[in-house]
Ligand binder design. Structure first.
Ligand code: SF4
Length: 294
């Protein structure tokens, strides 16, 4: 199979302030059970994530290339992701495929590497019955043609965890601004792509009613409110305290936002009911997949 990233470096390089460390992966499909969508496989064309979300527990995963303090500063494109997927194609004829866990499939370097696009083309060709993309990035629009070709076999979960871009600048410093995300959702929805709003992990929302109205008017067909999960001794807790944002850990606050969204999107709301504190630092609960996060 011809590789599609001939323009992109295959040796370590720097992209903006991010170290790009291309690798050959050993596997590409991981069995997964999503609490809403059932059994399937996750497919991550990248390891690491340039979005650098401060609450991201993936920084603690043992297979990270660098320590937690370097999270957001490195990214490893899996150069052989399409070939691996093709070699394991028998698995996905009848399965839901989620892109991605532990990364965003639309990393800034996807502009050059096009690994997500190559994997999507294979899934399209195979007739995979259900594909769920999850992203925070407007880069998803570069694949609009492909997404359309899937018809109702594909949906996009788009993450907007706050209505305040100054909050976003603190908690997701290298991810796209909130207005750009709303505009991306609108473009996807207008193009006939099924889009779900993922309010995960829920961050401070200034005006839940206005936020919910914005969501309803954007064209999303569903919404998902997911609570923050904190690891033991999670430094993000100190950030919340320093900013006076501890209310996001309170059930009443989560309910307030959830109810506001439910009033505006009555048939499309899902809520993750999970504890806000994790016990194990290195391994978040296996069954507690956070579909809204990735
Ligand atoms: S939460 Fe998702 S988008 Fe943010 S850094 Fe972690 S993997 Fe990347």
């Amino acid at each position: 199979m011809a590789r599609l990233f001939l323009e992109a470096p295959t040796a370590p390089s720097l992209f903006q302030d991010c170290l790009v460390e291309p690798e050959e992966a050993r596997s590409i499909l991981r069995p997964q059970r999503d609490e809403r969508l059932g059994f399937g496989f996750t497919l991550s064309p990248y390891r690491g994530c340039a979005h650098a979300c401060q609450y991201c527990y993936v920084r603690e995963y043992p297979n990270a290339l660098h320590g937690p303090e370097a999270w957001g500063k490195w990214i490893a494109p899996k150069l052989n992701a399409p070939e691996l997927l093709w070699s394991q194609r028998h698995k996905v004829h009848n399965a839901t495929v989620f892109l991605a866990t532990a990364t965003d499939p639309y990393q800034p370097i996807e502009r050059e590497y096009r690994l997500t696009r190559a994997c999507l083309r294979i899934l399209l060709e195979l007739g995979t019955p259900r594909v769920v993309l999850h992203t925070r990035s407007a880069l998803v629009l570069q694949d609009l043609d492909l997404l359309r070709d899937f018809g109702n076999r594909l949906s996009v979960g788009f993450s907007i965890p706050t209505d305040d871009d100054t909050v976003r600048q603190v908690v997701e410093p290298k991810a796209p601004p909130i207005p750009t995300r709303w505009a991306t959702i609108e473009r996807l929805a207008r193009s006939g792509i099924e889009v779900g709003l993922s309010v995960t992990p829920l961050m401070p929302v200034d005006n839940p009613q206005a936020f919910a109205r914005r969501a309803a008017s954007s064209g999303v067909s569903s919404a998902w409110v997911g609570r923050l999960r904190l690891l033991d001794r999670d430094p993000f807790l100190s950030l919340l305290q320093a900013k006076g944002w501890e209310r996001i850990l309170e059930t009443e606050y989560v309910e307030e936002v959830r109810q506001a969204i439910q009033r505006e999107i009555p048939r499309g709301l899902h809520t993750a009911r999970r504890p806000t504190q994790q016990r194990c630092r290195a391994f978040p609960r296996k069954e507690s997949h956070q579909p809204g996060l990735f």
